[in-house]
Design a protein around this ligand. Structure first.
Ligand code: FA5
Length: 369
Protein backbone atom coordinates (compact mmCIF):
# COMPACT_ATOMS: atom_id res chain seq x y z
CA UNK A 1 0.00 0.00 0.00
CA UNK A 2 1.26 3.49 -0.84
CA UNK A 3 1.94 6.01 1.94
CA UNK A 4 -0.87 8.48 2.83
CA UNK A 5 -0.87 11.41 0.54
CA UNK A 6 -2.88 14.54 0.96
CA UNK A 7 -2.55 15.90 -2.53
CA UNK A 8 -2.73 13.32 -5.32
CA UNK A 9 -5.83 12.42 -7.29
CA UNK A 10 -7.06 8.82 -7.40
CA UNK A 11 -6.91 8.80 -11.17
CA UNK A 12 -3.17 9.30 -10.86
CA UNK A 13 -2.79 6.04 -8.91
CA UNK A 14 -2.53 3.43 -11.66
CA UNK A 15 -4.51 0.74 -9.88
CA UNK A 16 -7.34 3.10 -9.20
CA UNK A 17 -7.70 4.54 -12.65
CA UNK A 18 -11.22 3.98 -13.97
CA UNK A 19 -9.93 2.20 -17.08
CA UNK A 20 -7.72 -0.06 -14.92
CA UNK A 21 -10.64 -0.91 -12.68
CA UNK A 22 -12.86 -1.54 -15.70
CA UNK A 23 -10.17 -3.80 -17.23
CA UNK A 24 -9.76 -5.72 -13.97
CA UNK A 25 -13.54 -6.11 -13.71
CA UNK A 26 -13.90 -7.15 -17.37
CA UNK A 27 -10.99 -9.63 -17.09
CA UNK A 28 -12.63 -11.08 -14.04
CA UNK A 29 -16.04 -11.36 -15.68
CA UNK A 30 -14.49 -12.94 -18.82
CA UNK A 31 -12.54 -15.51 -16.75
CA UNK A 32 -15.67 -16.32 -14.75
CA UNK A 33 -17.72 -16.77 -17.92
CA UNK A 34 -14.97 -18.95 -19.43
CA UNK A 35 -14.84 -21.30 -16.42
CA UNK A 36 -16.22 -24.59 -17.74
CA UNK A 37 -16.41 -26.33 -14.40
CA UNK A 38 -16.57 -25.70 -10.67
CA UNK A 39 -12.81 -26.30 -10.30
CA UNK A 40 -12.01 -23.69 -12.96
CA UNK A 41 -14.45 -21.27 -11.35
CA UNK A 42 -12.64 -21.72 -8.06
CA UNK A 43 -9.38 -20.75 -9.76
CA UNK A 44 -11.06 -17.69 -11.32
CA UNK A 45 -12.44 -16.71 -7.90
CA UNK A 46 -8.98 -16.83 -6.32
CA UNK A 47 -7.41 -14.93 -9.24
CA UNK A 48 -10.05 -12.20 -9.55
CA UNK A 49 -11.79 -11.93 -6.19
CA UNK A 50 -9.14 -13.32 -3.83
CA UNK A 51 -6.82 -11.36 -1.49
CA UNK A 52 -4.16 -11.00 -4.20
CA UNK A 53 -6.55 -10.14 -7.05
CA UNK A 54 -6.12 -6.75 -8.92
CA UNK A 55 -9.34 -5.39 -7.41
CA UNK A 56 -8.33 -6.37 -3.88
CA UNK A 57 -4.93 -4.79 -4.36
CA UNK A 58 -6.58 -1.63 -5.77
CA UNK A 59 -8.83 -1.51 -2.74
CA UNK A 60 -5.79 -1.35 -0.52
CA UNK A 61 -4.65 1.79 -2.33
CA UNK A 62 -7.69 3.67 -1.05
CA UNK A 63 -6.02 4.16 2.31
CA UNK A 64 -3.26 6.14 0.57
CA UNK A 65 -5.68 8.63 -0.95
CA UNK A 66 -6.58 12.01 0.49
CA UNK A 67 -9.78 11.58 2.55
CA UNK A 68 -11.82 13.59 0.09
CA UNK A 69 -11.00 11.24 -2.74
CA UNK A 70 -11.58 8.01 -0.84
CA UNK A 71 -15.39 7.85 -1.11
CA UNK A 72 -15.48 8.19 -4.84
CA UNK A 73 -12.66 5.71 -5.43
CA UNK A 74 -14.25 3.31 -2.94
CA UNK A 75 -17.53 3.56 -4.81
CA UNK A 76 -15.92 2.62 -8.13
CA UNK A 77 -14.01 -0.30 -6.62
CA UNK A 78 -17.13 -1.42 -4.78
CA UNK A 79 -19.12 -1.35 -8.03
CA UNK A 80 -16.44 -3.35 -9.84
CA UNK A 81 -16.12 -5.91 -7.02
CA UNK A 82 -19.93 -6.11 -6.79
CA UNK A 83 -20.14 -6.90 -10.50
CA UNK A 84 -17.46 -9.60 -10.14
CA UNK A 85 -19.16 -11.07 -7.11
CA UNK A 86 -22.50 -11.12 -8.94
CA UNK A 87 -20.91 -12.82 -11.96
CA UNK A 88 -19.31 -15.41 -9.66
CA UNK A 89 -22.61 -16.13 -7.95
CA UNK A 90 -24.43 -16.52 -11.21
CA UNK A 91 -21.77 -18.77 -12.81
CA UNK A 92 -21.58 -20.86 -9.65
CA UNK A 93 -25.33 -21.45 -9.84
CA UNK A 94 -25.13 -22.34 -13.56
CA UNK A 95 -22.25 -24.77 -13.09
CA UNK A 96 -23.91 -26.44 -10.08
CA UNK A 97 -27.07 -26.89 -12.09
CA UNK A 98 -25.05 -28.37 -14.97
CA UNK A 99 -23.30 -30.75 -12.57
CA UNK A 100 -26.59 -31.85 -11.00
CA UNK A 101 -28.08 -32.56 -14.42
CA UNK A 102 -24.99 -34.53 -15.45
CA UNK A 103 -25.04 -36.57 -12.23
CA UNK A 104 -28.71 -37.36 -12.78
CA UNK A 105 -27.90 -38.77 -16.21
CA UNK A 106 -24.58 -40.45 -15.43
CA UNK A 107 -25.63 -41.97 -12.13
CA UNK A 108 -29.12 -42.93 -13.17
CA UNK A 109 -30.26 -46.39 -12.04
CA UNK A 110 -31.97 -48.43 -14.72
CA UNK A 111 -34.78 -49.98 -12.74
CA UNK A 112 -35.65 -52.23 -15.67
CA UNK A 113 -32.34 -54.15 -15.43
CA UNK A 114 -32.64 -57.75 -14.18
CA UNK A 115 -32.31 -57.67 -10.38
CA UNK A 116 -31.89 -61.38 -9.77
CA UNK A 117 -28.19 -61.69 -10.50
CA UNK A 118 -27.75 -64.76 -8.28
CA UNK A 119 -29.86 -67.53 -9.75
CA UNK A 120 -32.27 -69.24 -7.42
CA UNK A 121 -31.02 -72.48 -5.87
CA UNK A 122 -32.90 -75.46 -4.54
CA UNK A 123 -32.39 -78.14 -1.95
CA UNK A 124 -31.32 -81.36 -3.62
CA UNK A 125 -34.28 -83.76 -3.83
CA UNK A 126 -32.09 -86.52 -2.37
CA UNK A 127 -31.73 -84.44 0.78
CA UNK A 128 -35.43 -83.69 1.06
CA UNK A 129 -36.59 -87.24 0.32
CA UNK A 130 -34.08 -88.61 2.81
CA UNK A 131 -35.49 -86.30 5.47
CA UNK A 132 -39.03 -87.26 4.53
CA UNK A 133 -38.20 -90.98 4.75
CA UNK A 134 -36.64 -90.50 8.17
CA UNK A 135 -39.61 -88.36 9.28
CA UNK A 136 -42.02 -91.26 8.73
CA UNK A 137 -40.09 -93.19 11.40
CA UNK A 138 -39.57 -90.15 13.63
CA UNK A 139 -43.37 -89.82 13.71
CA UNK A 140 -43.46 -93.40 15.07
CA UNK A 141 -41.05 -92.48 17.88
CA UNK A 142 -37.70 -93.33 16.29
CA UNK A 143 -34.64 -91.12 16.90
CA UNK A 144 -32.22 -90.06 14.18
CA UNK A 145 -28.70 -91.51 14.61
CA UNK A 146 -25.50 -90.74 12.74
CA UNK A 147 -22.19 -92.42 12.03
CA UNK A 148 -18.98 -91.47 10.23
CA UNK A 149 -18.57 -91.91 6.47
CA UNK A 150 -14.94 -92.98 6.98
CA UNK A 151 -15.62 -95.99 9.15
CA UNK A 152 -13.57 -98.57 11.03
CA UNK A 153 -13.60 -101.90 9.24
CA UNK A 154 -14.66 -103.41 12.56
CA UNK A 155 -17.95 -101.48 12.57
CA UNK A 156 -18.55 -101.87 8.83
CA UNK A 157 -17.81 -105.63 8.70
CA UNK A 158 -16.58 -107.50 11.81
CA UNK A 159 -19.22 -106.39 14.29
CA UNK A 160 -21.85 -107.14 11.63
CA UNK A 161 -20.72 -110.77 11.40
CA UNK A 162 -18.95 -110.52 8.04
CA UNK A 163 -16.40 -113.38 7.99
CA UNK A 164 -12.77 -112.39 7.27
CA UNK A 165 -12.97 -113.87 3.78
CA UNK A 166 -16.34 -112.27 2.84
CA UNK A 167 -16.11 -110.96 -0.75
CA UNK A 168 -17.49 -107.54 0.26
CA UNK A 169 -14.25 -106.93 2.17
CA UNK A 170 -12.13 -106.89 -0.99
CA UNK A 171 -11.13 -103.84 -2.98
CA UNK A 172 -13.43 -105.22 -5.63
CA UNK A 173 -16.40 -103.86 -3.65
CA UNK A 174 -15.03 -101.55 -0.99
CA UNK A 175 -13.10 -98.26 -1.00
CA UNK A 176 -10.27 -98.66 1.49
CA UNK A 177 -8.62 -95.57 2.95
CA UNK A 178 -4.94 -95.43 1.85
CA UNK A 179 -4.46 -99.20 1.92
CA UNK A 180 -6.30 -102.27 3.11
CA UNK A 181 -4.30 -102.51 6.35
CA UNK A 182 -5.30 -99.07 7.77
CA UNK A 183 -8.46 -100.68 9.10
CA UNK A 184 -10.50 -97.79 7.65
CA UNK A 185 -13.03 -97.93 4.81
CA UNK A 186 -15.59 -95.62 3.26
CA UNK A 187 -18.68 -97.25 4.78
CA UNK A 188 -20.35 -99.53 2.25
CA UNK A 189 -23.74 -99.28 3.98
CA UNK A 190 -25.37 -97.50 6.92
CA UNK A 191 -25.54 -100.74 8.96
CA UNK A 192 -22.44 -99.86 11.08
CA UNK A 193 -24.67 -97.22 12.72
CA UNK A 194 -26.63 -100.15 14.22
CA UNK A 195 -23.61 -101.17 16.32
CA UNK A 196 -22.63 -97.57 17.14
CA UNK A 197 -26.18 -96.87 18.35
CA UNK A 198 -26.30 -100.00 20.52
CA UNK A 199 -22.92 -99.12 22.08
CA UNK A 200 -23.92 -95.55 22.94
CA UNK A 201 -27.65 -95.58 23.71
CA UNK A 202 -29.64 -97.14 26.54
CA UNK A 203 -32.02 -99.96 25.59
CA UNK A 204 -34.59 -100.14 24.12
CA UNK A 205 -33.21 -98.55 20.93
CA UNK A 206 -35.36 -97.28 18.08
CA UNK A 207 -33.27 -95.33 15.54
CA UNK A 208 -33.13 -94.42 11.87
CA UNK A 209 -29.83 -93.44 10.27
CA UNK A 210 -29.91 -91.71 6.91
CA UNK A 211 -26.55 -91.21 5.26
CA UNK A 212 -24.05 -91.41 2.44
CA UNK A 213 -22.50 -94.74 1.51
CA UNK A 214 -19.80 -95.82 -0.96
CA UNK A 215 -19.13 -98.84 -3.15
CA UNK A 216 -16.84 -99.41 -6.11
CA UNK A 217 -19.84 -99.61 -8.44
CA UNK A 218 -19.66 -97.92 -11.85
CA UNK A 219 -22.00 -94.95 -12.36
CA UNK A 220 -24.87 -96.09 -14.57
CA UNK A 221 -28.62 -95.49 -14.79
CA UNK A 222 -29.35 -97.34 -11.53
CA UNK A 223 -26.03 -97.42 -9.64
CA UNK A 224 -23.64 -94.84 -8.28
CA UNK A 225 -20.35 -95.26 -6.39
CA UNK A 226 -21.72 -92.72 -3.88
CA UNK A 227 -25.31 -93.27 -2.82
CA UNK A 228 -27.55 -92.96 0.22
CA UNK A 229 -29.31 -95.40 2.49
CA UNK A 230 -31.77 -95.14 5.33
CA UNK A 231 -30.99 -97.62 8.09
CA UNK A 232 -33.61 -98.58 10.64
CA UNK A 233 -33.01 -100.45 13.89
CA UNK A 234 -35.40 -101.50 16.66
CA UNK A 235 -34.07 -103.47 19.65
CA UNK A 236 -36.43 -104.19 22.53
CA UNK A 237 -37.85 -107.09 24.46
CA UNK A 238 -40.10 -109.39 22.45
CA UNK A 239 -39.84 -107.78 19.00
CA UNK A 240 -40.73 -110.02 16.08
CA UNK A 241 -40.77 -110.03 12.29
CA UNK A 242 -44.43 -108.90 12.51
CA UNK A 243 -43.29 -105.58 14.05
CA UNK A 244 -40.80 -105.17 11.20
CA UNK A 245 -43.54 -105.83 8.71
CA UNK A 246 -45.81 -103.28 10.40
CA UNK A 247 -43.08 -100.63 10.37
CA UNK A 248 -42.41 -101.16 6.65
CA UNK A 249 -46.17 -101.00 5.95
CA UNK A 250 -46.35 -97.67 7.79
CA UNK A 251 -43.34 -96.41 5.82
CA UNK A 252 -44.92 -97.34 2.47
CA UNK A 253 -48.20 -95.65 3.46
CA UNK A 254 -46.34 -92.55 4.70
CA UNK A 255 -44.28 -92.21 1.53
CA UNK A 256 -46.54 -93.52 -1.24
CA UNK A 257 -50.10 -93.47 0.08
CA UNK A 258 -52.48 -96.04 1.54
CA UNK A 259 -53.50 -99.44 0.21
CA UNK A 260 -50.21 -100.73 -1.24
CA UNK A 261 -49.18 -104.29 -0.38
CA UNK A 262 -45.72 -105.16 0.97
CA UNK A 263 -44.01 -108.52 0.51
CA UNK A 264 -40.82 -110.10 1.80
CA UNK A 265 -38.63 -112.52 -0.11
CA UNK A 266 -36.03 -114.68 1.64
CA UNK A 267 -32.51 -113.31 1.32
CA UNK A 268 -29.18 -113.36 3.14
CA UNK A 269 -27.23 -110.74 5.11
CA UNK A 270 -24.58 -111.77 7.66
CA UNK A 271 -26.05 -109.39 10.26
CA UNK A 272 -29.71 -110.49 10.10
CA UNK A 273 -31.26 -113.92 10.58
CA UNK A 274 -33.68 -114.54 9.00
CA UNK A 275 -33.11 -111.96 6.23
CA UNK A 276 -35.42 -110.70 3.51
CA UNK A 277 -35.64 -108.41 0.54
CA UNK A 278 -38.65 -106.17 0.96
CA UNK A 279 -40.79 -105.11 -2.00
CA UNK A 280 -43.81 -102.83 -2.23
CA UNK A 281 -46.59 -103.00 -4.74
CA UNK A 282 -45.97 -100.58 -7.62
CA UNK A 283 -47.72 -97.35 -6.66
CA UNK A 284 -48.23 -96.36 -10.31
CA UNK A 285 -49.89 -99.47 -11.81
CA UNK A 286 -50.71 -101.00 -8.40
CA UNK A 287 -49.73 -104.39 -9.79
CA UNK A 288 -52.13 -104.19 -12.75
CA UNK A 289 -49.38 -104.17 -15.41
CA UNK A 290 -48.68 -107.86 -14.83
CA UNK A 291 -52.16 -108.76 -16.13
CA UNK A 292 -52.24 -110.15 -19.64
CA UNK A 293 -52.95 -107.38 -22.20
CA UNK A 294 -52.53 -104.55 -19.63
CA UNK A 295 -50.55 -101.46 -20.64
CA UNK A 296 -46.84 -101.70 -19.63
CA UNK A 297 -45.64 -99.82 -16.52
CA UNK A 298 -42.32 -97.97 -16.72
CA UNK A 299 -42.03 -97.54 -12.97
CA UNK A 300 -41.92 -101.24 -12.08
CA UNK A 301 -40.96 -102.58 -15.53
CA UNK A 302 -44.36 -104.33 -15.48
CA UNK A 303 -43.18 -106.45 -12.56
CA UNK A 304 -45.97 -105.17 -10.34
CA UNK A 305 -43.49 -104.81 -7.44
CA UNK A 306 -40.72 -102.39 -6.53
CA UNK A 307 -37.69 -103.45 -4.46
CA UNK A 308 -37.17 -101.21 -1.43
CA UNK A 309 -34.13 -102.78 0.27
CA UNK A 310 -32.97 -105.44 2.69
CA UNK A 311 -34.18 -106.28 6.19
CA UNK A 312 -34.35 -108.99 8.81
CA UNK A 313 -34.15 -109.91 12.50
CA UNK A 314 -30.86 -108.67 13.95
CA UNK A 315 -28.44 -111.60 14.23
CA UNK A 316 -27.76 -112.31 17.96
CA UNK A 317 -24.03 -112.24 17.10
CA UNK A 318 -24.39 -108.51 16.32
CA UNK A 319 -26.16 -107.94 19.64
CA UNK A 320 -23.34 -109.73 21.47
CA UNK A 321 -20.68 -107.71 19.58
CA UNK A 322 -22.48 -104.55 20.78
CA UNK A 323 -22.69 -105.82 24.39
CA UNK A 324 -26.47 -106.41 24.34
CA UNK A 325 -27.99 -109.34 26.25
CA UNK A 326 -29.20 -111.41 23.28
CA UNK A 327 -31.22 -113.70 25.58
CA UNK A 328 -33.36 -110.80 26.72
CA UNK A 329 -33.43 -108.48 23.72
CA UNK A 330 -34.24 -109.03 20.08
CA UNK A 331 -35.04 -106.75 17.22
CA UNK A 332 -34.99 -105.99 13.56
CA UNK A 333 -33.25 -103.78 11.06
CA UNK A 334 -33.66 -102.62 7.52
CA UNK A 335 -31.66 -100.68 4.92
CA UNK A 336 -33.48 -98.80 2.16
CA UNK A 337 -31.95 -97.18 -0.92
CA UNK A 338 -32.68 -93.44 -0.99
CA UNK A 339 -31.83 -92.98 -4.71
CA UNK A 340 -34.10 -95.86 -5.66
CA UNK A 341 -36.92 -94.37 -3.57
CA UNK A 342 -36.48 -91.02 -5.33
CA UNK A 343 -36.49 -92.76 -8.72
CA UNK A 344 -39.71 -94.62 -8.05
CA UNK A 345 -41.53 -91.84 -6.26
CA UNK A 346 -40.71 -89.10 -8.78
CA UNK A 347 -40.12 -91.02 -12.01
CA UNK A 348 -36.41 -90.12 -12.19
CA UNK A 349 -35.09 -92.51 -14.81
CA UNK A 350 -31.35 -91.97 -14.69
CA UNK A 351 -29.04 -91.80 -11.69
CA UNK A 352 -26.77 -89.42 -13.64
CA UNK A 353 -29.36 -86.65 -13.11
CA UNK A 354 -28.97 -86.99 -9.35
CA UNK A 355 -25.20 -86.70 -9.26
CA UNK A 356 -24.40 -84.18 -11.98
CA UNK A 357 -25.41 -81.19 -9.86
CA UNK A 358 -27.42 -79.33 -12.53
CA UNK A 359 -29.75 -77.05 -10.56
CA UNK A 360 -32.40 -77.45 -13.27
CA UNK A 361 -32.88 -81.01 -12.03
CA UNK A 362 -33.43 -79.89 -8.43
CA UNK A 363 -35.62 -76.81 -9.10
CA UNK A 364 -38.88 -78.58 -10.04
CA UNK A 365 -38.80 -80.36 -6.67
CA UNK A 366 -39.18 -76.96 -5.02
CA UNK A 367 -37.99 -75.93 -1.60
CA UNK A 368 -39.81 -78.61 0.37
CA UNK A 369 -38.33 -78.81 3.83
C1 FA5 B 1 -27.46 -103.42 2.41
O1 FA5 B 1 -26.68 -102.51 2.14
C2 FA5 B 1 -27.80 -103.79 3.81
N1 FA5 B 1 -26.95 -103.09 4.73
C3 FA5 B 1 -29.28 -103.49 4.06
C4 FA5 B 1 -29.80 -104.12 5.33
C5 FA5 B 1 -29.85 -103.35 6.48
C6 FA5 B 1 -30.24 -105.42 5.35
C7 FA5 B 1 -30.32 -103.89 7.66
C8 FA5 B 1 -30.72 -105.98 6.52
C9 FA5 B 1 -30.78 -105.18 7.66
P1 FA5 B 1 -27.98 -103.91 -0.09
O2 FA5 B 1 -26.58 -104.15 -0.50
O3 FA5 B 1 -29.02 -104.74 -0.73
O4 FA5 B 1 -28.19 -104.02 1.47
O5 FA5 B 1 -28.34 -102.37 -0.32
C10 FA5 B 1 -29.56 -101.83 0.11
C11 FA5 B 1 -30.10 -100.85 -0.93
O6 FA5 B 1 -29.12 -99.90 -1.26
C12 FA5 B 1 -30.42 -101.50 -2.27
O7 FA5 B 1 -31.72 -102.07 -2.26
C13 FA5 B 1 -30.36 -100.34 -3.21
O8 FA5 B 1 -31.58 -99.62 -3.17
C14 FA5 B 1 -29.29 -99.48 -2.59
N2 FA5 B 1 -28.02 -99.60 -3.33
C15 FA5 B 1 -27.07 -100.54 -3.22
N3 FA5 B 1 -26.05 -100.29 -4.05
C16 FA5 B 1 -26.33 -99.14 -4.69
C17 FA5 B 1 -25.66 -98.32 -5.67
N4 FA5 B 1 -24.45 -98.61 -6.13
N5 FA5 B 1 -26.27 -97.22 -6.12
C18 FA5 B 1 -27.49 -96.86 -5.63
N6 FA5 B 1 -28.16 -97.57 -4.71
C19 FA5 B 1 -27.61 -98.69 -4.23
Amino acid sequence: MSAPNKSYDPVEVTALRPEELDRARDDAIAAIAAASGLAELKEARIAHAGDRSPLALANREIGALPPAARAEAGKRIGAARGAVSQALKQRQAELEEERDQRVLVEEAVDVTLPWDRTPRGARHPLTTIQERMADVFVSMGFEVAEGPEVEAEWFNFDALNFKPDHPARTMQDTFFVESEDTGLVLRTHTSPVQVRSLLTRPLPVYVVAPGRTFRTDELDATHSPVFHQLEGLAIDEGLTMADLRGAIDAFVTGMFGAGLAVRMRPSYFPFTEPSAEVDMQCFVCRGASVERGAPPCRTCGSEGWIELGGCGMVNPRVLVAAGVDAERYSGWAFGLGVERTLMFRHGVEDMHDMVEGDVRFALPFGMEI
